[in-house]
Design a protein around this ligand. Sequence first.
Ligand code: HEM
Ligand code: 2DC
Length: 469
Amino acid sequence: IVRPFNEIPGLWKNGWANLYNFWKLDGFRNLHRLMLQNFNTFGPIYREKIGHYESVNIINPEDAAILFKAEGHYPKRLKVEAWTSYRDYRNRKYGVLLKNGEDWRSNRVILNKEVISLKMLENFVPLLDEVGQDFVARVHKKIKRTGQNKWTTDLSQELFKYALESVSSVLYGERLGLLLDYIDPEAQHFIDCITLMFKTTSPMLYIPPALLKQTGSKVWRDHVEAWDGIFNHADRCIQNIYKKLHQDAGTPKKYPGVLASLLMLDKLSIEDIKASVTELMAGGVDTTSITLLWTLYELARHPNLQEELRAEVAAARAESQGDLLEMLKRIPLVKGALKETLRLHPVAVSLQRYIAEDIIIQKYHIPAGTLVQLGLYAMGRDPKVFFRPEQYQPSRWLRTETHYFRSLGFGFGPRQCLGRRIAEAEMQLFLIHILENFRVEKQRHVEVQSTFELILLPDKPIILTLKPL
Ligand code: HEM
Ligand code: 2DC
């Protein structure tokens, strides 16, 4: 028997009362923990309305499979109104992140070839490897300066720079030089704007930005200022490449980067290219850097595992004889570590789709058009889904445990993360270089948890020590 939609358990009858309670529970920063609690209270499916945000939430991999089978030809995520409102307000085009329908699909198909195809990896890897090497050189320098043969620090700012340098080198085919002693204040401002943009987005998930705009609220003003900073800097980078392309046209050389490739391909309008390249640049900073920070934190807490990974990397280096693409095929445990990091510390607390057709989940009928969310953070910590979920165990991704709809850190299907290949290569190369050069240790026993600022971030600074091997 199928039970009706209105019988799904949960609090969905009074969105504004729920928003008030959510706010009292500091839900703006605790979303991931509140979702976990809701699954404990209501079971594997619950319906919820907070403010004007309405959804059905699920946690099981098998149910995720049903969800994604119903995503339709034009998969659509939760509409982040803060982001669309800004673009409407400033008359800027939506990029692939915010487009929907046929407009999204036609842009995405072209971007796929230049950004997420395996073929492009060949072009990206040498660029990203160079950034990795520069990061190592920078750390060695810092270690020398301390005079103590080690460097103890909160690496997050360093990792932001590493990530921005990496994604820029792939997008623009040239280096910004963010890992040098002098840090360009414009690049630093760009980094700060991204953080502010994410932080100011989360309240606007529940309270319509139009309302906040009318009342002249600070969140909206900060949000606009943050996006303005992001777009201004990206515009400058894009203009710079655009000009150069016109200056030395017709000289076929090395791989020129994603932006120049798209411009030469001439299949998307310049405005569309600018919009998506800006999104790629902004999406490529906090995501990979925080995932790397969490990974270093886990490696510091598990010294034996760290040695195991180091051995794998050394063997892969020896066997591949200088061929980096070969080397990346021989580090399954390093890849497992990154999956394990995203299981316990996912960037995205949930994946969501407005379903294109009616479905039945946990015997409940869910009509087409409903926003269905997979609780990614909750799934990663569910003992019914992962054996001993509290343990950081990269080897679980090599072995017998089933992986069916369990490795979803980058989303799923045609709407999955466009930056996935860049992110994976960038993070794998980073770990290779770190493991080949430093031992990572941590100070005292500090339990770090997640806090929600649209993406999940560490709730306190992670202080690590790097020692040369
Ligand atoms: C979308 C995760 C890095 C650009 C997404 C989505 C997730 C995600 C979960 C939504 C996918 C879905 O709905 O199925 C991550 C994680 C990263 C990462 C975990 C790193 C650890 C990056 C990087 C870039 C990027 C480096 C840019 C170079 C994008 C874009 C979209 C997206 C443009 C929207 C794609 C579309 O709507 O068609 N990402 N991301 N991401 N990501 Fe990432
Ligand atoms: C946040 O309830 C929680 O990859 C909401 O690189 C549902 C939701 C919707 C969209 C998700 C968002 C969450 C987290 C951050 C994501 C975003 C889609 C893309 C974005 C996952 C789960 C991200 C970080 C992009 C951002 C690119 C942007 C800066 C240009």
